[in-house]
Design a protein around this ligand. Sequence first.
Ligand SMILES: [Zn+2]
Length: 215
Amino acid sequence: MKVALLSESPADEAALRGLVTAVLGAPPRFVSPGFRARGWPNVAQVLPAVIRHLHFNTDTDVLGVVVDADDSVVHTAAHDAPEYYHPQCRMCQLRAVFRRTTKNMPPAHGRQRLLRAVGIAVPAIEAWYLCGRDPQVSEVAWLDGQERGRAPYSRAELKARVYGTDRPSLAHEIDCALREVARFRGDSRRLENDFPSFAALARDLREARDQARRA
Ligand SMILES: [Zn+2]
């Protein structure tokens, strides 16, 4: 299976390769998305161009997109109802971009359409890195905090716990990310359990793999 990844930075992308491999159990073939994004909302802005590029110019099976939630509304099961769309939820927003962009696309390179895999790191990708290492950190802890109006931790604190500083160099960021992601090698179940918005990404990836196998 051929997988392209679009995320907020080169460090995120390096980590995502490890996470996608952990979900699939074996490394897929990673393909360049053809564009680079820097942060939110830039990812959502370049996404239509990335989808069109991958669909028409390559035979990539699935595009994985991951962004941080920051302080946006967290995606919940209620958002998965048919026709539902929460305008402040980044999962709903990114899925809508996929729907809109692929809607009237003709088949290309032997496939109907480029498949999507969307994940939202709540509140930031560093929370995923701390999974299994810091029992305080989970999506439900963040949601509880949002409801009570008091965050259990800040994004800067998460960065400090992962990198030892909230302003890491890119090289240090990549080193730390890869070290943490290595803990999930071959088994992403803990991360899926603690972070439903990662589990959604994992489900999309496995469905894409099953579809690619059937094709
Ligand atoms: Zn949503």
